[in-house]
Design a protein around this ligand. Structure first.
Ligand SMILES: Nc1ncnc2c1ncn2[C@@H]1O[C@H](COP(=O)(O)OP(=O)(O)OP(=O)(O)O)[C@@H](O)[C@H]1O
Length: 264
């Protein structure tokens, strides 16, 4: 739920009973004089796909970095499953159940698909032999869930870009997170690959995984997301049902106008 200062375009008040996975309240991240994020309040509820839309430089990646504790907050607070976490280290919030992928694929080129995914499973804790066995099982499950079965022994450079993205997503979900944050998961993909990833995210939602994604592709965001947050100049400018958000005049002006010209 956005703060009262922005327009809630779906007009549907969340019920008081709705539990939240993540809540950010009045979050700001300033770099010197640059207000990369400035007073953003969002709430993520379970089992839904949320998206952050906005033109280049509007603050999307910085917001994601703030949510994963990779940059310090200038002000505001963060709560995950009801617990404040705005001063904990990034690995602590990862261990509590927040996983993420990055804007550029970050998988180890010399290792197999299985090894890359197992790294994500092991980071959930892998002291003894029994736990290593469980980690390998988590990796196998993540490989199945992301449509990578049969490709376990491949190396990333033998796979298409779309499949490399899948490896990254598999590694993130191998830690069995409660919340998955995805930074431009379909960047650089062709239409078929984008549709495949949209389908995959939908499948993961079907299994109850809450997701927050950043994307430039407006159609992909409308297709994939249940709820959109639109940003410009570090602030939320609209928040609500995807079709309504992309039609919102402030979003058209801030995002679609610029992007339409940039990518036409
Ligand atoms: N480490 C940093 N130091 C200084 N300024 C930064 C830093 N990181 C981001 N910024 C600035 O903050 C603003 C928001 O950047 P951010 O990368 O969060 O936007 P974005 O919406 O993710 O953009 P893009 O879509 O191009 O990835 C920009 O003006 C950017 O130049």
């Amino acid at each position: 739920m956005a703060s009262g200062t922005i327009e809630d375009v779906d007009g549907a008040a969340d019920t008081a009973a709705t539990e939240s996975v993540l809540r950010a309240d009045d979050v700001a991240v300033h770099f010197g004089g640059v207000k990369a994020v400035d007073g953003v309040s969002i709430e993520l509820t379970p089992g839904r796909i949320f998206g952050v839309l906005g033109p280049n430089g509007s603050g999307k990646s910085t917001l994601l970095a703030a949510l994963t504790r990779l940059v310090p907050l200038t002000r505001g607070s963060l709560e995950f499953e009801g617990r404040r976490y705005d001063t904990v280290r990034p690995h602590t919030i990862a261990a509590r159940g927040v996983a993420r992928t990055f804007q550029t694929v970050r998988i180890l080129p010399g290792r197999t698909v299985f090894d890359n995914v197992a790294l994500g499973a092991e980071s959930a804790g892998s002291a003894g032999k029994a736990e290593r066995g469980r980690a390998r099982q988590r990796a196998r499950t993540a490989i199945e869930r992301t449509g990578l079965a049969g490709k376990e022994r491949h190396r990333p450079d033998e796979l298409s870009y779309g499949y490399q993205r899948r490896v990254e997503i598999a590694r993130a979900i191998a830690s069995e997170p409660t919340l998955l944050l995805l930074d431009e998961p379909t960047a650089g993909m062709n239409r078929q690959e984008r549709d495949d990833i949209t389908g995959l995210l939908g499948d993961l939602r079907g299994e109850g995984l809450t997701q927050l994604l950043i994307e430039h592709d407006v159609q992909m965001m409308v297709d994939a997301c249940d709820h959109l947050f639109a940003m410009n100049f570090g602030e939320l400018i609209a928040d609500g049902e995807p079709e309504a958000v992309v039609r919102h005049p402030a979003v058209q002006e801030a995002y679609l106008g610029k992007q339409g010209r940039a990518h036409a």
